[in-house]
Design a protein around this ligand. Sequence first.
Ligand SMILES: O=C1O[C@H](COP(=O)(O)O)[C@@H](O)[C@H](O)[C@H]1O
Length: 439
Amino acid sequence: MALTRVALVALGSISIPSSDLRPQALSKSNTKSLIGFNCRRNLVTLYQPSLKRSVFSDGDLASLHPLCSAGNASVDENSNSSGSTVSGAKETKRRGRSKKTDVQKGEIPVARRKKNLEADQSENGVLQVSDGETDNVSNEKPFGVHMFPYPSAVPSQSSLFLFDNISDVSNAVAKHVTGLSVQAIRSQGSFTLVLSGGSLVKALSALAENPHLSNIEWEKWHVFWVDERVVPISHQDSNYNNAKEEFLSRVPIPDDQVHTISTWDDANTAAQGYEHSLRELAKKKILATTTISRRKFPRFDLILLGIGPDGHIASLFPNSAVMAENKRWVVPITKSPKPPPQRISLTVQCINSAAHVMFIVLGASKAEVLQRVFERPALPGALPAQMVQPNEGDLSWFIDKDAASKLAIASWSDPKKFPFFDWSSLNQSKTSIGKATSS
Ligand SMILES: O=C1O[C@H](COP(=O)(O)O)[C@@H](O)[C@H](O)[C@H]1O
């Protein structure tokens, strides 16, 4: 019990910086659909300030969103008119936000843009998502079990946000990314973003629209890819091409800061070439690095991940040998089960070195795999998405209701169905054996 408390107190200092999903950006109907969870390893806590408390029974969950009720009833738009919130340890105050939604691209000087965005940031660097009511997370209780992560030296934190549709997801993602961009630029002068391919890119549409389009300091962005297919960059299978059409062509990031991967050769050469260019950028300090087990890895500010129906992330497919790679930053894939067969991918170790990792999962075709990721343990490597546990960063999931439709969220608090496992007991077990009789 004591161990549980320790873990929960830690929830009071959620370190995700101002993802800022405040309701000003969410329309009234949007706020109905938002559910926020904070997870620390296998703990999930859910907050809703309008209930003036932050611990929920299953009944509360059912009233918050139909997806949380045991029967997964169809969505009742009126079931929750208050929206939910994730807030920091300090009281959240609604602050004034300048209305610039109609400001055209480039019209706001950089200094003013910064000021406007700073006004949007949370106090104390703590995530504060609010519908204007207040909440305090310092005495949370565990809500349930979250995923089946593999232990690592430093527990990471994660959050799960659930929305009705892709447009709500896109708005929330845009605000989250904007917040991280502001924070990175403020602390180090640039923002390094890593894109995935596939359906995820569509969820970036709100980022390329006002107010984000005008507010973001695009000239300080560097864009990378978590994986690429070995096809010409103009090919319809190219992740670059996909991102260019859906997102990059709509935002003013300088061309030389869009780090396309040369894929004219075979996968081996392309992987070596990409790793080489990343290492060069690290030497030039354009890319930060971090050390894990005495090896250097790039520390991207944010990696955006999708998930395939088989649980693959990037181009890392279930049970492939490259899942175990812990030296290289980039690996070649020559027999991808999903076409095209030749690809390159950042490694799990590389992904877990990022400061922030965000999954964006949309659509019913992802419902089953999401259930496996959150509710079924798998052997290491069998479900690549479960291996995403940033070493010194945070993980967030932005999910629409179709993708979440098979999650038994209402049962997550049932210890019989989802046994609570306290990872901190692993660290303490050596010293606590002797104490067992005295307590
Ligand atoms: O092949 C790939 O698939 C995953 C998932 O794509 P989705 O279309 O099913 O969302 C994607 O994240 C990855 O970048 C891509 O190369």
